[in-house]
Design a protein around this ligand. Structure first.
Ligand SMILES: [Zn+2]
Length: 295
């Protein structure tokens, strides 16, 4: 916002300069504001348009936060990195001979105060969530299991159309280490094919159910196009957070897990859960960024 404000000030002084010939109509009359805006071309026009968009976008965020009952306006994420960080498997999360397999991690190695929001399974299909997240402009990623989304694929098509990336959480949400390599392959690669057919894009990310996996899981996932296996550092519920780390806190790059659930599964609605997690994230000084910009 500081940069945008400065930009507006600079352009303001530029616009106050002597009007050029084109600022007047053929009869010497002043053009109406729309015409003037259209004629303001080149770099300064593009900059002004960008500053104006940033200002309007922030105003929309403030209004949306108030409308949806958030305790404060979510912080805007910084521009995505030009180069994605190098991902490695978290210490203690390795499998044997896993050096060339997709990395398994709970935090993305970044220095900025950003965290990532991921929502799993797909049981609850609350239209309010789509409206809320779209208006708040909070990015998130969905990890979908076919056995719970197959009664309403259209809901997730709408989600995709809002810019949310849909990723793989297996066909039937089984405990992967309990299955043979072949059965794991069917669960993971079957959902890769399924999501590609339904939504037009083959997921790059896979999250094993319950966060449980073995070497076969990662080999099978790699074999059908999975690039990385993001787990989570914290889990959000409508009334509390659960933490993986001993300090019970957020850290730059932490991945937050939550679920598509409703009143019959937990004490609240999807919007209640978002209000709770955003209160924690914003109070701790973090912005939610788009996982796919970093991974
Ligand atoms: Zn799950």
């Amino acid at each position: 916002m500081i940069a945008a404000g400065l930009l507006v000030a600079l352009l303001g002084s530029a616009c106050a300069a002597e009007p050029s010939r084109s600022d007047h109509g053929p009869d010497g009359s002043r053009p109406h504001p729309g015409q003037q805006a259209k004629e303001r071309t080149g770099a300064s026009g593009a900059l002004a348009a960008r500053a104006e968009r940033a200002k309007r976008s922030q105003a929309a965020r403030v209004a949306a936060a108030r409308k949806w009952g958030l305790t404060s306006t979510p912080l805007a994420a910084p521009a995505p990195p030009a180069v994605k960080p190098q991902l490695t498997t978290r210490k203690g999360f390795e499998v044997e001979d896993g050096e060339t397999l997709p990395p398994v991690f709970t935090t993305v190695p970044v220095t900025e105060r950003v965290v990532f929001l991921t929502i799993d399974d797909g049981t609850e299909k609350d239209p309010e969530l789509l409206r809320m997240m779209d208006e708040l402009q909070i990015p998130y990623s969905a990890f979908l299991s076919d056995y719970v989304i197959n009664d309403n694929y259209g809901y997730f098509r709408q989600m995709r159309d809002q810019g949310v990336s849909l990723h793989n959480h297996t066909l039937n949400h089984r405990y992967m280490p309990g299955l043979s390599y072949e059965a794991q392959r069917r669960e993971i690669c079957g959902q890769q094919d399924n999501l590609q057919k339904l939504y037009g894009k083959r997921p790059a990310l896979f999250r094993p159910p319950y966060g449980n996996y073995n070497q076969d899981t990662l080999r099978a996932a790699q074999g059908c196009g999975v690039k990385a296996v993001p787990l989570w550092a914290a889990e959000a519920f409508p009334d509390h957070m659960e933490w993986r780390e001993w300090d019970r806190d957020l850290h730059p790059g932490d991945i937050i897990l939550t679920h598509f659930r409703g009143r019959k599964d937990w004490q609240g609605t999807m919007p209640d859960m978002i209000r709770q997690v955003m209160k924690t994230v914003t109070e701790k000084g973090y912005a939610v960024a788009r996982l796919e910009d970093y991974v």
